[in-house]
Design a binder for this molecule. Structure first.
Ligand SMILES: Nc1ncnc2c1ncn2[C@@H]1O[C@H](COP(=O)(O)OP(=O)(O)OP(=O)(O)O)[C@@H](O)[C@H]1O
Length: 254
């Protein structure tokens, strides 16, 4: 298989919450249209790192970074970057499905409406497209104007992914997207991730080793704020070169 282009890169990235250094000298390249998984024990910095990739941590008082994060070669922390534009390009899906207390339709088109798109036909078309992409359309097409909160947890998470897709990002960040879901819903989301990587670059934080093994092309193992090992998922899971990676994936700690 030809090697994909690099979509996202961190170069010598340090991140701090006040005096606490949560990420230490992270350098990593993430391939375009591939799935990169972040694994590691609780508190090792996976979510912090994921959130630096669309500047979600900007909201946290005392948070700061050193080093660079490049999206398509451009530093996303550059002072000329518009964070709203960045977040259109780099969408995010969270651990717990978080639909708005609105209809299914309003949830999917939320981002488009914020962008000022009002044309009803256009919004309907976009909603259908995103819901088809997340394999939810058949399940919800007759209740588009009912509350999204009436959907099951798994459907809600697929709706949140559809909401993220509707604004046409090129990267989707997923922070433990299935940890609140049952096994069947989890399998659906995993299938979806597999499909989506044809068109999107995906970065996923997961505690579930099997999940990382099933869905990702490349895996990064973090430990206490450091990137310990990064490589092809198959290699990381079958013959890691670092003892700490080996101990973690075999369940000896974490
Ligand atoms: N808002 C915050 N303020 C201060 N420290 C924080 C904040 N968020 C995270 N941290 C600290 O940064 C470190 C990394 O946390 P992070 O949430 O990135 O880890 P994680 O690997 O994603 O953990 P988990 O798997 O439990 O979600 C931890 O020591 C955590 O306590």
């Amino acid at each position: 298989m030809a090697k994909n282009n690099i979509k996202l890169e961190a170069k010598n990235l340090n991140a701090y919450y006040g005096d606490f250094k949560a990420l230490k000298d992270i350098t990593i390249s993430m391939e375009e249209k591939a799935v990169t998984a972040f694994i590691g024990p609780s508190g090792c910095g996976k979510s912090t790192f994921l959130r630096t990739l669309n500047r979600m941590n900007d909201y946290i008082d005392g948070f700061r970074t050193e080093g660079d994060i490049l999206l398509d070669g451009k530093d996303i922390y550059d002072k000329n970057i518009r964070v709203d534009e960045l977040r259109k390009e780099v969408g995010m899906v969270f651990q717990k499905p978080n639909p708005f207390p609105k209809t299914i339709f309003e949830n999917v088109v939320y981002g488009l409406k914020i962008q000022g798109i009002k044309n009803k036909a256009h919004l309907e078309e976009a909603a259908e497209k995103s819901l088809r992409q997340t394999a939810l359309w058949e399940e919800v097409k007759d209740k588009m104007h009912k509350s999204a909160l009436a959907l099951s947890g798994g459907q809600q998470q697929r709706l949140c992914i559809a909401r993220a897709l509707a604004i046409s990002p090129s990267v989707i960040l997923m922070d433990e997207p299935t940890s609140a879901l049952d096994p069947i819903s989890t399998a659906k989301i995993e299938e979806l991730i597999y499909e989506l990587k044809n068109d999107y670059t995906i970065v996923i934080v997961t505690h579930n080793m099997q999940q990382a093994g099933r869905v990702s092309d490349n895996t990064a193992f973090f430990y206490m704020g450091e990137l310990i090992e990064f490589g092809k998922t198959k290699t990381i899971f079958t013959s890691p070169s670092n003892d700490r990676t080996q101990n973690y994936i075999t369940g000896r700690f974490g």
